[in-house]
Design a binder for this molecule. Structure first.
Ligand code: FAD
Length: 514
């Protein structure tokens, strides 16, 4: 029997938060400031963002998931204007090259496959035809994938039949994006202080943060502190001593080298991110309007920094536009994301490598959750407990999705990849894989950012396929299914033919001024 105490502050509403202090002016800080300023408008809450231009931001983070467009909407941003300002391109998904063996490719689209029938998922019929010898890839039944491969784009019709339903995300220049958000936030009344935090003062009774002490602007007091200070985790990690849960044993990469380069002459402007598996990790390629973002995410146990940088430079398609940016990281998260009157959002809360571009999505869901559970000055511990419970589940689900890429790899003769195949899996992921590889059944867990089609793209792409299918798919004969599949492919081909090239679409809707 759980006892519920009335001493938590719940029910007392006379002590509203009057001041929020955000520490950090990277993507996390400005996303928090812009959305909070909108949602708290008129409530008399002063928002101050403190950042140090002498420290700077991490300077990477260019690919997103479709949730970014929900953020644009919620924060009251004009999508085309943000895209123009940040030299953005469209992202229909991610192409994974070499993960299922040298020369292989599969695609994780932000869209659905085929059409379910009789209450049975499309892929069950696909599995049935496959067992009968029809080896067409599941990619053939997804409009988003086919558009991506054809370098084309057209927003899907609404409502769309399942096979034509997709969503899209964006690639953008993270620095330009943060600058755009800063202008929006400041226009909404957020106070910007350029100062370096050198100490944190805590209330001796509650242990809460009372003020931050800065070199240039003295003490800045606040009711609620949002730690967006990046990997330093100045408030939650350093001042409050919140421990870090380390997942390096599951996700082996711990460094990245990033170098932007020019487009190759006449070169690609594809509407997707490319992730290419390499001997000691993987390389990202993110095409923007004005340049291409490149990075090598690697395991330092398997390659030196110098070798990693040389490998990346050797693979650039155009002239390097900056010196290599070398970044060290540890996969995992702070045990609590919210402690006392401090909530960490962004890299200060945790980091899962950029394989599925989830960090900015996690920033957005963190801000949303904080606004949904917005405290008063009593800081009811139940709010923090719920925030921490959900955030942990969300991080674990993303971790498991990333882990499946590594564990399911089919690369030969490379110690990193062999080790990944031998990694013992967390129970929930192991169960999910077991259920899929027996009869294609999807297990869903709460707070999973990735829906069934995303998991399906990986299972199919990595060849983790069952020999059997849902017996309810036997309601139709193989000939009936083949006929329906032919029609879906025809419709998808018509959809692709009617779309513009990505470059033309960008020129018409969000081309950056050059
Ligand atoms: P930062 O950008 O590091 O900002 C920290 C801020 O805190 C800065 O403004 C700094 O000045 C301030 N600060 C620090 N110390 C002090 C101090 N003492 N006083 C005052 N101010 C201080 N995410 C994606 O969604 N998609 C991707 O494709 C992607 N790729 C990535 C690739 C790599 C290799 C890495 C490491 C990350 C990637 N990320 C990606 C994550 C993404 O970069 C971050 O989530 C995002 O940039 C947010 O960073 P941040 O704002 O938390 O931290």
């Amino acid at each position: 029997m759980v006892q519920v105490s009335a001493e938590t502050g719940a029910g007392r509403s006379g002590d509203p938060i009057r001041s929020v202090v955000i520490v950090g002016g990277g993507t996390a800080g400005w996303m928090t400031a812009a959305l909070m300023a909108k949602r708290l408008e008129g409530l008399g809450v002063a928002i101050t963002l403190v950042e140090s231009s002498s420290i700077g931001t991490i300077g990477v983070g260019e690919a997103t998931t479709p949730a970014i467009r929900d953020y644009f909407r919620e924060a009251g941003l004009d999508e085309a204007a943000v895209m123009r300002a940040s030299h953005a391109t469209i992202k229909l998904g991610i192409a994974f090259d070499g993960w299922a063996g040298e020369g292989s490719r599969f695609f994780h689209p932000f869209g659905l496959y085929g059409t379910p029938s009789n209450g049975v998922a499309f892929h069950q019929y696909w599995l049935k035809l496959r067992a009968g010898g029809d080896l067409r890839p599941i990619d053939d039944y997804c409009l988003a994938t086919q558009l991506a491969y054809a370098d084309r784009f057209l927003p899907p019709p609404r409502p769309a039949p399942d096979y034509a339903f997709f969503d899209w995300a964006v690639h953008f220049d993270a620095g330009l994006y943060a600058r755009y958000l800063a202008e929006v936030a400041m226009a909404r009344g957020v106070r910007h202080v350029d100062a370096r935090v050198r100490a944190v003062t805590r209330d001796p009774q509650s242990g809460h943060i009372a003020a931050i002490d800065t070199e240039e602007a003295g003490a800045i007091r606040g009711d609620l502190f949002v730690d967006c200070s990046g990997f330093r985790s100045l408030l939650l990690g350093q001042a409050l001593g919140e421990p870090f849960i380390d997942w390096t044993d599951l996700l082996p990469c711990d460094r990245a080298a990033a170098i932007p380069c020019a487009h190759a002459p006449g070169g690609g402007f594809e509407p997707y991110t490319r992730s290419t598996a390499l001997a000691a990790g993987w390389q990202w390629r993110i095409p923007l309007q004005h340049r291409v973002g490149n990075g090598y995410v690697y395991a330092s146990r398997h390659i030196s920094d110098d070798e990693a940088v040389a490998t990346l430079i050797g693979r650039l398609e155009g002239e390097a536009l900056a010196e290599p940016n070398l970044i060290r990281f540890t996969a995992g998260h702070r045990r609590q994301f919210w402690s006392g009157n401090c909530v960490a959002i962004g890299l200060s809360a945790g980091f899962l490598e950029p394989l599925e571009s989830t960090s900015i999505t996690l920033i957005h869901s963190g801000i949303e959750r904080l606004l949904q559970l917005f405290p008063d000055r009593h800081f009811d511990p139940a709010l923090a407990a719920d925030y921490n419970r959900i955030s942990t589940l969300e991080y674990e689900r993303v971790r498991d999705f990333l882990l499946l890429h590594y564990w399911g790899n089919k690369r030969a003769n490379e110690p990193l990849w062999q080790g990944c195949r031998d990694t013992p899996l967390p129970d929930k992921l192991a169960h999910k894989i077991r259920m899929f590889t027996s009869r294609g059944r999807m297990v869903r867990y709460e707070w999973d950012s990735f829906q069934d089609p995303s998991w399906l793209s990986l299972f199919a792409g990595l060849g983790l396929l069952p020999e059997r299918w849902d017996p309810l798919a036997d309601f139709f004969t193989p000939d009936q299914i083949s006929g329906a599949f032919d029609r879906i492919r025809e419709k998808i081909a018509e959809g692709v033919a009617s779309a513009s090239t990505h470059r033309d679409y960008a020129a018409a809707h969000f081309a950056a001024a050059s």
